[in-house]
Write a protein that binds this ligand. Structure first.
Ligand SMILES: *[C@@H]1O[C@H](CO)[C@@H](O)[C@H](O)[C@H]1NC(C)=O
Ligand SMILES: *[C@@H]1O[C@H](CO)[C@@H](O)[C@H](O)[C@H]1NC(C)=O
Ligand SMILES: *[C@@H]1O[C@H](CO)[C@@H](O)[C@H](O)[C@H]1NC(C)=O
Ligand SMILES: *[C@@H]1O[C@H](CO)[C@@H](O)[C@H](O)[C@H]1NC(C)=O
Length: 668
């Protein structure tokens, strides 16, 4: 084995370029690199060679080259196998890393002085883990480690700027941690917004010190402070004025100023639901400390869905999650109240499952949630990535002390999440791995929806990407697409609005009130086959007036969003009063509710759930209401414009329920 790998490395050596570092017998190539620190971080100092790092090697999964083909087989409307979804076991087996990858990496580590006894592997074979001193890790990866510190939370974080692995291992390794990656937890990412940050730095900066690392304990420690999700950042709906509910006399004539459940039914032509198929399910994901208040749900139901007063969602609490009530305010209750009030009212009497993720100390990332519904994705057995994902049991005071939830919850048929990152917050390898997990959920018949963002072509907090690759204040620079919306295996949901003064039956336009629909083109994910025709005709008929200086204009990258729904003027009960709310945060649960009703229709006649819907939508754009006006400004530009056909503002358009349900009922 060893000699053949070395021969291969030697054979490839001649054709390798710039970033190669010479080694006596093995050729190293750069595996990942970060151009600049994420916003809010600064480099503190070089870290001592004696500190111990919990190293994790994410192994490449097999058969990923066939992933799109597998997914199309069960989700393309022309496929005779449409709807024949896979079991979790079939999925785990199809993509498990090859023994060959485990062997090749173990061999490299052994030759580098990491004895096999020090290495353990996860049950799914997805990860190899071992503890190494900083000096060992630096030798292994031909890199230098630094201690970085967050300017707001003072939280320390160990990372390098780039790292290398032997060339012959490139195909066997997704990525290694801790290396270039930064925090992926939802609440911390919320602090990106500069003005808020500076205020916090001045007034609140809590001090933490780096704990001395013992073997197996992460070098980094976390600030013992709850990092508050901020109301002004892109992860949350935006608050409008408070309203007097008694002023909403005739709902349907005022939908242009007040959106209520009946307005949505009128817009997208779906009836109040009246059945609840036991096989059907709709999941809403929330990240602690975001929480709903039962009093708010009841106030909303009393006014808009009378028979649901005192109705609670089915609640799956992952990893010490709490639906906390101690800290209230729009920043804590706005998202959860909005999502649950509308989802529960629209699919009633169908139950809604709330996946509440993360404890109050660690918080959670999307991976924490994915772990809880897929044991084979779960990294706890072989090593969570402690630099990016929260670690459970939580090592910090007051945290959750139980084991991480690995596949403890069933995935619902539709899952809607109204949170998101900038694609540039995370590394491409990390995003690809998570994106592949959405592909696996699609194979199993689950529809994954993410809101597309509220800042048009700009990113969370309205930031864009400056010439040196760092985020700027959003008045110029490159567009800043959102993730997971750019993952081709999710359905990304943008926002529309009723035109000012127009009736509920008139065509909508792209949302330009308070928020602008997130949209654009990925810098990471290639154009998926199901979207190729739509994107090609968008560029042919409506070439955007921008260059590669603004966005990925190769016409070969994934465009988003896919679909849209109203995102303006929602009447929501929050903290005991009715308030107007804006955001793709509203659009996603509404689309999820409508798709849940489509599932109800299919399940009732014995058919499967709809699963991954994008291939059907793009092959049948007529089942959506095309949106042809409005734009998504940002980065000092008017952004893209909604046009006839697909566009990177409102996707293919808004749901037309009768047409959607007829199409999906016609499929096998
Ligand atoms: C509707 O909401 C208002 C609060 O704005 C509340 O006073 C009223 O009781 C609610 N209506 C019903 C029927 O409960
Ligand atoms: C990048 O450019 C911005 C604005 O020009 C500047 O504030 C920032 O310090 C630069 N960052 C780096 C890492 O060079
Ligand atoms: C944003 O940054 C640009 C370029 O650095 C600067 O000219 C502008 O004044 C800034 N605007 C705000 C509102 O900070
Ligand atoms: C543009 O997108 C393609 C495909 O997603 C990617 O390979 C390429 O690197 C991107 N270009 C830039 C400049 O990010």
């Amino acid at each position: 084995m060893r000699s053949s790998l070395l021969a291969l490395a030697a054979a490839l050596g001649a054709s390798l370029v710039a970033s190669v570092i010479a080694a006596p017998s093995i050729t190293y190539v750069r595996h990942e690199k970060r151009n600049s620190l994420p916003f809010g971080w600064k480099t503190d100092k070089k870290i001592s060679g004696h500190e111990v790092l919990p190293m994790r090697v994410a192994l490449s999964q097999s058969n990923l080259d066939k992933a799109e083909e597998y997914l199309m087989e069960v989700s393309h409307p022309d496929s005779p196998k449409f709807g024949q979804h896979w079991t979790a076991k079939q999925v785990a087996e199809a993509f498990a890393p090859k023994q060959e990858s485990v062997d090749a990496v173990t061999e490299w580590l052994r030759n580098s002085g990491i004895a096999p006894e020090r290495i353990s592997k996860s049950q799914s074979m997805g990860w190899l883990q071992f503890d190494a001193t900083v000096a060992e890790a630096e030798g292994l990866l031909k890199t230098k480690y630094y201690l970085h510190r967050h300017k707001v939370t003072r939280k320390p974080h160990v990372a390098c700027n780039e790292y290398h692995i032997p060339d012959h291992l490139s195909a066997h390794v997704d990525f290694i941690t801790p290396t270039v990656h930064f925090d992926a937890k939802i609440p911390q990412a919320a602090l990106l917004k500069r003005d808020i940050e500076e205020r916090y730095v001045e007034e609140r900066a809590p001090k933490t010190t780096l704990s001395t690392a013992a073997a197996g304990v992460p070098v980094q420690t976390k600030a013992a402070v709850k990092v508050v999700t901020n109301p002004n950042n892109g992860y949350h709906p935006k608050k409008g004025s408070d309203i007097n509910i008694h002023s909403i006399a005739d709902e349907l004539t005022n939908c242009n100023v007040h959106i209520t459940p009946d307005c949505l039914r009128a817009l997208y032509l779906f009836p109040p639901n009246f059945i609840a198929n036991p096989k059907n399910s709709f999941g809403i994901v929330e990240y602690t400390p975001e929480a709903y208040l039962q009093g708010d749900l009841d106030l909303f139901f009393a006014n808009f869905s009378k028979n649901q007063v005192q109705k609670t969602p089915i609640t799956d609490l992952a990893d010490g999650a709490v639906v906390q009530t101690t800290t209230q305010g729009f920043a804590y209750n706005g998202e959860s109240d909005l999502d649950l009030e509308y989802a529960m009212a629209l699919v009633n009497p169908q139950e809604v499952t709330l996946y509440q993720v993360g404890d109050e100390v660690e918080g959670a990332s999307f991976n924490t949630f994915l772990d809880s519904i897929d044991g084979s994705y779960c990294t706890a057995a072989g090593g969570d990535d402690p630099t990016q994902d929260p670690t459970y049991p939580d090592p910090f005071p007051g945290g959750y002390t139980g084991p991480e939830n690995c596949g403890g919850f069933a995935a619902t048929k539709v899952i809607s999440t109204s949170y998101g990152y900038n694609e540039a917050d995370l590394t491409a390898a990390y995003e690809r791995r998570q994106c592949n997990e959405y592909m696996k959920l699609g194979l199993q018949g689950t529809t994954i929806l993410y809101s597309s963002g509220d800042n048009g072509v700009a990113g969370n907090g309205g930031q864009c990407i400056g010439v040196n690759g760092t985020y700027n204040n959003g008045t110029s620079g490159m567009f800043n697409p959102g993730f997971p919306s750019t993952c081709p295996y999710v359905t990304s949901v943008g926002a529309t609005q009723i035109k000012p003064g127009a009736s509920v039956t008139a065509p909508e336009e792209a949302c330009e009130t308070v928020i602008f629909s997130g949209g654009g083109f990925s810098n990471v994910f290639p154009l998926p086959s199901y979207q190729a025709t739509a994107v090609k005709s968008f560029f042919a008929n409506n070439p955007p007036p921008y260059t590669a200086a603004q966005y990925n204009n190769t016409q070969k990258s994934r465009g988003f969003p896919d679909i849209a729904a109203n995102g303006a003027n929602y009447v929501v009960a929050i903290d005991g009063a009715f308030t107007l709310v804006y955001g793709t945060s509203a659009s996603s649960p509404v689309v999820g509710s409508i798709l849940t009703l489509v599932n109800e229709a299919r399940l009732t006649i014995g058919k499967s759930s709809i699963g991954f819907i994008n291939p059907t939508l793009y092959a049948n754009p007529g089942i959506l209401n095309d949106i042809t006006s409005g734009g998504n400004q940002g980065c000092g530009t008017p952004g893209f414009t909604a046009v006839k056909g697909w566009d990177p503002v409102t996707g293919l358009g808004t749901p037309n329920f009768p047409k959607l349900v007829a199409k999906f009922l016609s499929l096998p």
